[in-house]
Design a protein around this ligand. Structure first.
Ligand code: TXE
Length: 480
């Protein structure tokens, strides 16, 4: 049985306590490897290594750091198929999706921040003939990066790339559910010329390793993506320590479909925004609000397309949905389908576990599910399900659509389908969401701010916002 190792001070190491956890392959429901069940002792070793490496990493300068990260991106690209296969095996997602999205975006993350840092300018403010002020943005030392299982390498690199580019060293913890591609990345760092101790990866459970990173006095900033409840726990520990916090949390994203939209374009994209990655993307649209005059037409056309989606072997090129990430998560998603029925919802398609043949008969597969007949206040329309489950709701006018869209504790992303330009701007301004896509979905420009409102998070991690998060801004004022 293969054993994944921690990466501390440039070395692949077993956990101090020599304890191990099982790593499952969701499509087969079987154990395929083990990962370290690390604890605070491993985090301490990583933090010491990171603190020790800080001067070396900064002595490289922006160009030196940029070149090292660009080399790392090239090495991932050289090993693309290996990363793709590992990502799909670990997460259960279709191989085609890992090849089209996850791994290319991880490479893009390194390349974007490795070049952004070269153009990361600062400001100066002249006070007539009194004084000149300039903003000095410096790295603060060691960043803690904690990432989730849904887009494992994509979101892992989304955090460590800007942290490293800005000049910090990193103590990172990928999700214990999908550790493999972070491990594979660690095997390339020395070859890329990343000095020992600059990037440290400690594998293990959130309440042990993640909590130790959050509470560590030598790690002054935490960048986290995951569930809202976990985000609240991290904030509870970090706030009294006055740590910098970036929390990217859950979502319950609305899709607003107006009667004047480009119907075919909307339909094709809305199937994607509902079920890509088995609905396990914080940006997926899980509440579809449809103008009443086209509700029946939309419902029938949408359900027909969803029924045609293929749930199957992630390695099969014709598969649209793979397995959900864990048995616990499958049971959580199925419990929400039961809840929807109890609340009076009508399941129009899907609604059950899919049992495949042969070696995948124990895999954790769920049929793409569409539910109607539930009002905005129902739990099914309030709580994040994070699986292949969407609800349909009609609305009467713009105000009704906006009211329903904003009627949850979350505010991460939203989609508006309309051909009316003024309405697009007007509705976008009133939606409580950090991201509003109009007539598209998942179009991402890394220079833009990224993050949510309300319980979807705190802070913005996109482009230059990420470099600002991972640096301290000091104002120097010099008398003329
Ligand atoms: O996330 P967790 P999970 C949502 C989604 C999902 C729910 C829970 O609804 O069902 O969150 O998913 C680490 N201190 N999203 O359980 O627990 C943990 O080890 C420090 C949306 O995977 O938040 C992992 O590395 N760290 C989200 C990371 O936090 C802790 C994507 C995320 O795990 C910790 C994923 C603690 N006390 C889930 N407890 C998005 N916005 O994309 C856990 N962790």
């Amino acid at each position: 049985m293969e054993r994944i190792l921690n990466f501390i001070d440039g070395e692949l190491r077993p956990p101090v306590g020599n304890a191990w956890l099982d790593v499952y392959e969701p499509a087969r429901g079987t154990v395929y490897a083990q990962l370290p069940d690390s604890d605070s002792r491993d985090v301490d070793l990583a933090a010491i290594a990171a603190q020790r490496a800080f001067a070396t990493w900064n002595a490289l300068g922006r160009e030196g750091r940029s070149n090292a990260l660009l080399r790392l991106a090239d090495l991932i690209e050289r090993d693309l198929e290996g990363f793709v296969a590992d990502e799909s095996r670990d997460n259960g997602k279709p191989l085609s999706l890992a090849r089209r999205v996850d791994i290319p975006r991880a490479i893009a993350n390194f390349r974007f921040f490795a070049t952004a840092i070269l153009h990361f300018s600062s400001e100066a403010h002249l006070m007539d003939d009194v004084a000149v002020n300039y903003t000095d943005r410096q790295p603060f030392g060691v960043a803690g990066c904690i990432s989730p299982w849904n887009l494992p390498l994509y979101l892992f690199t989304w955090k460590i790339a800007p942290a490293l580019a800005a000049g910090n060293c990193v103590v990172a913890k990928p999700s214990e559910v999908t550790p493999y591609t972070a491990y594979r990345l660690s095997t390339l760092c020395n070859e890329a010329g990343i000095p020992p101790g600059v990037l440290n990866i400690v594998h293990g459970l959130g309440p042990k390793v993640g909590a130790a990173i959050t509470a560590h006095p030598g790690i002054p900033a935490i960048s986290f993506t995951g569930g809202t409840r976990t985000g609240a726990e991290i904030a509870r520990v970090a706030a009294p320590m006055f740590k910098k916090l970036s929390l990217e949390l859950g979502g319950k994203n609305p899709v607003l479909v107006f009667a004047d939209c480009d119907f075919e374009q909307m339909l094709k994209t809305t199937v994607r925004s509902s079920f890509t990655n088995q609905g396990q993307i914080c940006l997926c649209g899980s509440r579809i609000l449809v103008e009443r005059s086209i509700y029946d037409r939309f419902r029938d056309a949408f359900v027909e397309r969803v029924r045609a989606l293929r749930v199957g072997d992630p390695s099969d090129a014709t598969t649209d949905l793979g397995a959900v990430v864990s048995k616990d998560h499958m049971e959580k998603v199925l419990s929400y389908i039961d809840l929807a029925k109890e609340e009076g919802g009508r399941v129009l398609c899907g609604g059950e576990r899919v049992v495949l043949q042969d070696e995948m008969s124990n895999g954790w597969f769920i049929a793409p599910t569409v539910i109607e007949g539930l009002g905005p206040a129902r739990r099914t329309n309030q709580e994040e399900i994070f699986g292949p489950v969407v609800t349909l709701q009609p609305f009467d006018d713009d105000a009704d659509a906006i009211r329903s869209a904003n009627a949850t504790p979350y505010g991460l992303a939203s989609v508006v389908w309309t051909s009316d330009l003024q309405r697009a701007h007007r509705v976008a301004r009133q939606l409580q969401a950090g991201i509003v896509w109009v007539n598209c979905w998942m179009v991402r420009d890394l220079r833009t701010p990224f993050g949510g409102m309300k319980q979807s998070g705190v802070g913005r991690e996109g482009g230059l916002d990420a470099l600002r998060f991972f640096t301290e801004a000091k104002n120097v004022c010099i008398k003329l």
